[in-house]
Design a protein around this ligand. Sequence first.
Ligand code: PRP
Length: 175
Amino acid sequence: MAYEIDEVLIPEEELKKRTEEIAQEISKDYKGKNPILIGILRGAFVFLSDLIRKMDIEVEIDFMAVSSYGNATHSSGVVRILKDLSENVRGRHLIIVEDIVDTGLTLNYLIRNLQAREPASIEVASLLLKEGCQKVPLKIKYLGFKIPDRFVVGFGLDCGQRWRYLPYIATVKKV
Ligand code: PRP
């Protein structure tokens, strides 16, 4: 299947503005708490790097890489850890940083997995949320944008590994 960029859904300026707002919110909420921001590879790396550079508190970062056991179009909810955290998070304040929440099954797994490590708290920051697609109830404390159920790329998100580098969020179409 071949794809091409369709239209810009969220321009660069809007992403920048909303990312800065979230960075300020987190800075206010976590002052003196030295949270660990956990970026979920690969998609979240752009949002995470923009986010931390607009924060004015001390934070640490770590990464996890996960892969769904489902196929490309159907998430199964069973997740395999490809790369685990580098640090022990017991007693620490954690913020999971995602690029997009679709069914929510990945996030649901990650929260349960991290909870078992006895952190002080866990919250979620996600740049995007696909509206009406969640299969499990989730609380996303820091949300960038709700988007319609479209395939989107850019700002870290890909379609067959393409277009992660775009500075905006765009929809793709089949050609
Ligand atoms: C995306 C995203 C989430 C997950 C969300 O990752 O970063 O981790 O899918 O889907 P869900 O809510 O339906 O579980 P993806 O599998 O595309 O990997 P990538 O970030 O490496 O591109």
